[in-house]
Design a protein. Structure first.
Lengths: 118, 513
């Protein structure tokens, strides 16, 4: 059962609104705009799921996913990647993400993807 | 009185303080172009040039100073001469070479270049003086003599002479067109190159005349691609069109060239006519357009994500007893934002297709049901139109279901857009041998004959229609590409004012590539 979701996106507009949308579906939401702070926050807050953008400055989403999937303490956390660019689905797959959703997304689709991973 | 040189010359007292001006004026009036390069600076930049050099090169002084002399070479490599100059300069010696250079307007001139080291007291070279003489006229005269000689010699038989007479229609024609053309004998010896060829590829006539095609430019044209083109041509005796070769190392840089080749028989001898087009820039422009589309789509979608999500959130936050008007306004916003997203997706699709990145994910599905669902969806959205399906196509088709739905949706949406309210739009489904056919007929504006092929090109819009029905002209292009990728064809039949029928066929058997 997924309750706590960590969202990481450098676009703060998307971050805030996605957070509010998921809250309206009853999830507890944690927001992180800076991908370089993400891994320490995950190990501290232990979310049930990570929703993460791909194209972020400094540290790309797919690199983070690779790191998490190699870490035995965090590899179990399901990850959904989301992005607005082409090639993203393939990047998400190769990085080892559990699922992918294209931006812009419908909240119903996102919710059903989250439930499927719960 | 100032001694400029102890041995040869001295100025009179009247020239005091003007000595340098006098010398510079003298240099400006010489017939040779003069440059001085500073060897102590990185890349030996030009620090002085006289007036004659400006005239000779066509560049003005401010475009010359600071450059290395090689800017005159364009992309011509002049390998042999360059090596001689390099060796002389490393040894601090003088040398004279004849080198192909290019004026600012791109025209070739033969430069007789003399390099002279200018040394300090310790014998170190501090400057190099370049003395340049334009010897193009002499060169050309010599060339003409050689060409005439070649013509007289045994290789140029009477027939070829006749064929290539200076005032023949063929020669005039060749000199008029802007395409580069070579005429070869059947053993690939060049017997004629038009001036467009010589100009485009920076070659002189005597360099290539009576030379084997693969020997020109030190064998640089001897490439797999070109060899297989010529093999095909000579063995199969087949004319060849639009044969593309990438990365051909020419004197003007690596180029993408398009070749057309034709046979010509004259007095029992066979000749090959080779027309060459440089399409490098055209391709580059296309590539940039595709890059732009792809980047623009991504940049547009990112803020749209926030807008879409915000609208979804607002819809969820609305209290149950809200005013209908607010609810409707919000729903309308959502519909139009979705429309915007579709438009951007189409743009992205078009750019993906152009760069060959669209991948079909094929699966078996019931095409008849897919069409029925799409028709129903649009029928609900546009109750003012009667949408009718006649016949059956296939309940088991293997293809990209989502993409084909996109095509049907596009064709129906177009039919609705261009038809009067209250009219009927009919979808005919049929199975013809091992093909299925889908035809969508409307009674709208119709498509004039001259546009019936053009409407499937990207960004093409019929002008008269643009004013009344805005759009970006991508839908039909994308649809056409999707149908093509399924091995089918999409076309339109129409009479202006009497409606249009857009039809496509799809092969039922999976074609072997």
């Amino acid at each position: 059962m997924i309750k706590k979701i960590m969202i990481c996106d450098d676009d703060e507009g998307i971050l805030d609104i996605t957070g509010l949308l998921l809250e309206s579906y009853g999830y507890q939401v944690l927001l992180e705009p800076d991908s370089t702070h993400l891994i320490p926050r995950i190990s501290m807050e232990k979310p049930d799921l990570l929703l993460i953008d791909i194209w972020m400055p400094q540290l790309m989403g797919d690199e983070i996913v690779r790191m998490l999937k190699r870490d035995k303490n965090m590899a179990h956390i399901p990850i959904i990647m989301f992005s607005a660019s082409r090639e993203s689905k393939r990047i998400a797959n190769e990085a080892g993400a559990d699922d992918y959703i294209a931006k812009p997304f419908s909240i119903e689709d996102l919710d059903s993807k989250i439930r499927a991973l719960g | 009185m100032k001694q400029i040189d102890d041995n040869t010359f001295s100025f009179s007292a009247r020239a005091q303080n003007k000595e340098l001006d006098i010398l510079l004026t003298a240099l400006d009036t010489t017939k040779a172009g003069l440059v001085i390069t500073d060897c102590a600076q990185p890349d030996a930049p030009i620090v002085y040039c006289n007036k004659t050099f400006e005239i000779l090169s066509g560049y003005s002084r401010h475009e010359i100073i600071g450059h290395n002399c090689r800017f005159l070479q364009g992309n011509d490599d002049n390998t042999e001469q360059r090596q001689r100059m390099k060796a002389a300069m490393q040894a601090g010696e003088s040398c004279t070479v004849e080198i192909r250079n290019y004026k600012k307007d791109g025209s070739l001139f033969w430069n007789e270049l003399h390099l002279e080291p200018l040394k300090d007291d310790t014998g170190h070279t501090i400057y190099y003086l370049g003395v340049q003489n334009d010897i193009t006229k002499t060169k050309l005269a010599n060339q003409q003599v050689r060409i005439e000689k070649l013509k007289v010699e045994k290789q140029f038989n009477e027939q070829q002479h006749q064929l290539l007479e200076n005032d023949s229609l063929l020669t005039k024609l060749l000199e008029t067109i802007t395409n580069s053309v070579l005429i070869l004998t059947d053993d690939l010896t060049i017997i004629k190159a038009n001036s467009a060829f010589l100009k485009t590829f920076h070659m002189a006539e005597d360099e290539i005349l009576n030379t084997h095609l693969f020997a020109i430019d030190n064998g640089r044209w001897d490439m797999m691609g070109l060899r297989s083109l010529m093999d095909n041509l000579t063995k199969k005796k087949r004319n060849i069109q639009n044969y593309l070769l990438e990365d051909i190392p020419t004197r003007i840089g690596n180029k993408m060239l398009s070749f057309e080749a034709n046979f010509y028989v004259h007095n029992h001898s066979q000749y090959i006519i080779l027309a060459i087009n440089d399409i490098t820039e055209l391709r580059e422009v296309e590539r940039r357009k595709d890059d732009f589309l792809s980047i623009a789509s991504h940049e547009l979608k990112t803020p749209l994500t926030t807008v879409t999500a915000s609208l979804q959130l607002l819809q969820r936050m609305l209290p149950a007893d809200i005013d209908e008007q607010i609810k409707n306004t919000l729903n309308k916003s959502k519909i139009y934002v979705d429309k915007l997203e579709h438009l951007i997706t189409d743009l992205l699709d078009a750019s993906k297709i152009k760069s060959g990145q669209i991948a079909l994910s094929k699966e078996p599905f019931d095409l008849d049901i897919l069409i029925a669902e799409t028709v129903e969806e649009l029928g609900e959205k546009y109750p003012a139109y009667a949408l009718v399906i006649e016949g059956f196509a296939s309940n088991y088709y293997i293809g990209d279901k989502r993409r084909l739905q996109q095509v049907i949706f596009q064709l129906l949406a177009n039919a609705i857009k261009f038809s009067p309210k209250g009219s009927t739009i009919t979808v005919y489904l049929a199975r013809l041998s091992d093909f299925i056919k889908v035809a969508i007929s409307d009674s709208g504006l119709g498509v004039a004959y001259q546009y019936q092929k053009k409407i499937f090109e990207t960004f093409f819009r019929v002008d008269e229609i643009q004013k009344q029905y805005p759009g970006i002209g991508i839908g039909l292009y994308v649809s056409n590409q999707i149908i093509k990728q399924h091995g089918g064809t999409l076309w339109v039949e129409s009479t202006v004012g009497e409606g249009a029928t857009f039809s496509f066929t799809l092969p039922l058997k999976i074609q072997q590539p």
